[in-house]
Design a protein around this ligand. Structure first.
Ligand code: IYR
Length: 226
């Protein structure tokens, strides 16, 4: 049995070429803009309209994905009570992670980031977005099948979400409470969805700080064969 009910066929790409001089301007501007992005843990409680969060998720969901299954669910939370429950559960896990589970080689490495088990950003930021990765999908014949390259697909979608949030003038943090199974329960997601990232989204606090870090240079991160 063919899986796709109606083969949608192909349509024109409708590609609008950009002159190379303008390409260079746009590429430079984008590179500068992206290089200004920083991850901060210090959020302002200032409200952010839901429409902006919807647009960020829509941008993220344009990501390419294995077999175009789009194996992601973005759960956006502004409800204060639910955020408090999530923070509470995250801090319980994170306390054990920081105190018991994290090997010394790991804790030494993240020490400059100034993190600990206290996750104030979860309740301070006006929104948190939790990205769930779908490891299975319901086939048209009613059976469950795997998704493909869901880690890669969701990683790309997360990158686009981060870029979209930065582009609209807000900040986010890729927080990974671990283990994060509690999120599936609290957010009522099915068993085949796996929480991947918890991202507070909002304005930075007035006195927001970031670690004094440098990015690797182009030479350090690339190799060319011209
Ligand atoms: N998941 C923990 C610990 C942590 C791990 C890494 I690797 C970081 O770059 C930062 C933190 C947390 O979110 O605090």
């Amino acid at each position: 049995m063919v899986e796709v009910d109606v083969d949608p066929g192909f349509i024109s790409l409708n590609f609008d070429p950009i002159p190379q001089t303008e390409m260079l301007v746009r590429a430079t501007e984008f590179s500068v803009q992206m290089n200004q992005r920083r991850t901060t843990r210090h959020f302002s409680p200032q409200e952010v309209p839901r429409e902006l969060i919807e647009l960020a998720i829509q941008s993220a969901s344009t990501a390419p994905s294995g077999a175009h299954l789009q194996p992601w669910t973005f759960v956006a939370i502004s409800n204060a009570e639910l955020k408090a429950q999530i923070r509470n559960a995250a801090e319980q896990e994170e306390r054990r992670t920081y105190e018991e589970r994290m090997p010394k080689a790991w804790s030494e490495l993240i020490q400059p980031l100034g993190t600990d088990h206290v996750k104030e950003h979860i309740t301070t930021a006006p929104w948190i977005i939790v990205l769930f990765r779908q490891s299975k999908r319901l086939r048209t014949n009613g059976e469950w099948g795997p998704t493909y390259y869901s880690q890669e697909s969701c990683g790309i979608a997360a990158g686009l979400l981060i870029a979209a949030i930065h582009n609209m003038g807000l900040v986010t943090l890729t927080h990974t409470p671990s283990p994060m199974n509690f999120l599936r329960e609290l957010l009522e997601r099915p068993d085949h969805e796996h929480a991947m990232l918890l991202m507070p989204v909002g304005y930075p606090a007035n006195d927001a700080q970031v670690p004094n870090l440098q990015r690797k240079t182009l030479d350090e991160v690339s190799s060319f064969f011209d």
